[in-house]
Design a protein around this ligand. Structure first.
Ligand SMILES: [Zn+2]
Ligand SMILES: [Zn+2]
Length: 448
């Protein structure tokens, strides 16, 4: 009984070419309770190896996550085998749009602790008790419902360049960080709101939806197959894409354009731009957004320091690089001290593209005084929970990823339902607003 690969990658590539068979690349995942992952792994290998399945598959007590390819002729035999496994019976298989016959050259099925490295070690909830799956059409309909809260469960650098309109986009580096943040923001709406969630391929929401159901949320929905499947359905069914901008993906493209909207700005000059790049200084490699002008001036680096660094002789670069760990900083874009309009602007001898749209975020000293709770579109009224002091005549900035930045002077406000001239922490304030606000938009007080 052969349970492992016997061919090398080179031998396999040659065999694939000789066979002349067209291959399909596909992926799927499922959360389930698998008693004996080792035995399950072996049974998959025995069934799939004869079908010439190649790929990378992770099996854990919590389920399976598979990326694989197989000869198109064997597709139905493969599907028949999946259907013999109760939790994989009828599962939706994501077939890759671009087929590459050499996408996998081995069948590797590994037993892991988890099927995705999500950093969650909460064994108290049942990962199979997930939210209701919605296709693109139903997801669009539910987005229209004023009783819906929509949450993006991707990381900040992903949602920055593209997201669903009106979504809460947590400013986090990891999935695990987002859960308590979101829970706190929407804790008051466990029963009265629809909690609608999405991520890139759907797998993070499988777990997030189970987490929020476990926390007592009653109406939990998730975008089936994530943005990838949503986009496919939008195209196939001619629907309106309510996802705007780019879908960030981890391949050389660093993002796939979904709509023409550009929802982010160059991190160096502030002009509208959604091109991610890695800093050309290999010792930095920071992932950030850079426009073509800044790219040229900065030689594709993120900062003056990195620009200086790449001009050092190569052996000097290698010498300095020794012992310096930068891995954890790569995705810290926006929080990296390197990325700051101010720092770069202050280096007097460096030419830099003109600042087109100075962001008030970096320039004005502001004090957080409240958070958005609700918007009543008919009345044109926004409701905020107050966390500081607020009075008539104050200049405020209302800011959020989708809302944008709006500056205004408060000339009238209602505090806990009555017209008043001051509000303090714990109060609920409503203001007439000519624009829509979203849950957790920030209300800042500006000086003067
Ligand atoms: Zn720029
Ligand atoms: Zn850099």
């Amino acid at each position: 009984m052969q349970l492992f690969n016997t061919l090398s990658a080179e031998e396999r590539a040659e065999l694939i070419d000789q066979s002349g068979k067209q291959r399909l690349t596909l992926s799927f995942y499922a959360y389930a309770h698998i008693e004996d992952p080792k035995q399950f792994r072996d049974s998959l290998f025995l069934a799939w190896d004869p079908l010439e399945v190649l790929g990378r598959i992770y099996v854990a007590t919590e389920g399976i996550n598979a990326q694989l390819s197989l000869p198109a002729d064997n597709f139905y035999a493969f599907k028949d085998h999946l259907d013999t496994i109760p939790f994989l019976n009828g599962i939706r298989l994501n077939v890759a749009v671009e087929q590459d016959d050499h996408s996998f050259l081995k069948l590797t099925i590994k037993v892991r602790n988890k099927i995705v490295a999500d950093g969650l070690n909460d064994a108290t909830f049942d990962v199979t008790n997930k939210g209701i799956h919605l296709g693109a059409k139903d997801f669009n309909t539910m987005l229209e419902d004023p009783n819906t809260i929509v949450v993006d469960f991707r990381n900040h650098y992903e949602s920055e360049v593209g997201h669903f309109t009106g979504a809460i986009t947590p400013d986090v580096d990891t999935f695990r960080e987002s859960l308590p943040i979101i829970e706190e923001q929407i804790a008051a709406h466990k029963e009265d709101k629809n909690l609608l969630m999405y991520c890139t391929g759907g797998i993070r929401c499988e777990k997030a939806s189970a987490f929020f159901k476990h926390k007592g949320f009653k109406n939990v929905y998730q975008l089936e197959g994530g943005i990838i499947e949503y986009t496919r359905q939008v195209k196939a069914e001619g629907l309106e894409s309510k996802f705007i901008g780019k879908n960030f993906v981890f391949d050389h493209r660093l993002g796939e354009r979904i709509t023409d909207d550009i929802v982010s700005n160059c991190h160096q000059c502030g002009k509208p731009c959604d091109n991610h790049t890695n800093c050309a200084n290999e010792a930095c490699h920071l992932l950030f957004i850079q426009c073509d002008d800044c790219k040229e001036i900065m030689h594709n680096t993120c900062s003056v320091e990195c620009l200086d660094y790449i001009q050092l002789p190569l052996d000097e670069q290698v010498r300095r690089r020794r012992g310096i760990m930068n891995g954890n900083m790569i995705f810290k874009k926006g929080r990296s001290t390197n990325i700051s309009l101010k720092e770069i602007g202050e280096a007097a001898d460096i030419a830099i593209a003109p600042k087109v749209k100075p962001s008030p975020r970096q320039r004005i000293k502001k004090v957080l005084v409240g958070k958005g709770e609700h918007y009543y579109p008919k009345a044109g009224v926004g409701q905020f929970s107050v966390e500081g002091e607020l009075k008539l005549g104050d200049t405020v900035l209302i800011s959020g990823p989708t809302t944008g930045d709006h500056k205004l002077v408060i000339d009238k406000m209602f505090v806990n339902g009555n017209e008043a001239d001051t509000a303090s922490a714990g109060d609920r304030v409503t203001l007439n607003l000519p624009f829509r606000i979203r849950l957790s938009d920030k209300l800042f007080k500006l000086p003067g």
